[in-house]
Ligand binder design. Structure first.
Ligand code: PEP
Length: 247
């Protein structure tokens, strides 16, 4: 039985004042029956991890370097994120792929580094609008899955987030049938590559304009085990509505 997961990605939003949202979140869900993860900017990870200590909320990073240490100015290793209090890290978000030219090979190396450091890697995949309109969605997702998931993946150290690029921050959401088609496809690919034991235990998140008012229907789709949420994770009240839809 896969435990459901609500993961919030704050992106490049939030200074120390934003930590009060975590207090609201932990007070609203004192004993959550689903896993809750917040990925704040790296500058807040340590304080955030302290703020949620003893609650059911975990803290994650938004990216990591593939190396353990070295001459990589401005970068952070998975070990550093773990040391600061993170339990997970998002890798391969489409904004990293777009803004930093990250390719599947880079993402696989980052995910491997995260897993080796004892973090769960949340690997993002998703098609552009052009690719969907050309009916290439499943080919694109299939290529991203085989290129970016390392061989050492397990149900504990891997989460896959399906995030159609055209749905991120746009208010546009695929139909429930479209979401179901991609999630079933991802599950089948994981089963085929890792065997059903591992394949069935990896959690699959949908991401892209999830809000409190559309969360319940999305979570009713087969093989959707939760959500990766951007904008609606910034305010505890909104994120809480999404968490409640998973409970
Ligand atoms: C995201 O960036 O991962 C995301 C899903 O954003 P939003 O929820 O704002 O569409």
């Amino acid at each position: 039985m896969r435990r459901r997961l609500a993961a919030g990605n704050w992106k490049m939003n939030g200074t120390g004042a934003a930590l009060s949202e975590l207090d609201t979140l932990t007070a609203t869900h004192p004993s959550p029956t689903v896993d809750i993860l917040i990925c704040p900017p790296a500058t807040l990870i340590h304080q955030a991890a302290q703020a949620v200590q003893g609650s059911g909320v975990a803290i994650g990073g938004q990216d990591c370097h593939a190396e353990v240490s070295g001459a990589h100015t401005g970068d952070l290793s998975a070990e550093m994120l773990k040391d600061a209090g993170a339990t997970s890290v998002i890798v391969g978000h489409s904004e990293r792929r777009e803004d930093h030219g990250e390719k599947d090979d880079d993402i696989r190396a980052k995910a491997r580094a995260a897993m080796n450091a004892g973090l769960t890697a949340i690997i993002c995949v998703g098609e552009s609008l052009e690719q969907r309109e050309a009916a290439n969605t499943l080919d694109i997702i299939g290529g991203q899955l085989s290129g970016s998931i390392p061989d050492l993946a397990t149900g504990e150290n891997l989460v896959v987030a399906y995030e159609p690029i055209w749905a991120i921050g746009t208010g546009k959401v695929p139909t429930l049938e479209e979401i179901g088609e991609v999630h079933d496809f991802i599950r089948a690919r994981l089963d085929r590559r890792f065997g059903e034991g591992v394949g069935r235990s990896v959690r699959l998140l949908y991401g892209g304009s999830v809000k409190p008012d559309n969360a319940a229907e999305i979570f009713g789709v087969s093989n959707v085990d939760g959500a990766l949420v951007g904008g609606a994770s910034l305010k505890a009240r909104d994120f809480s509505g999404i968490i409640s839809a998973l409970e």
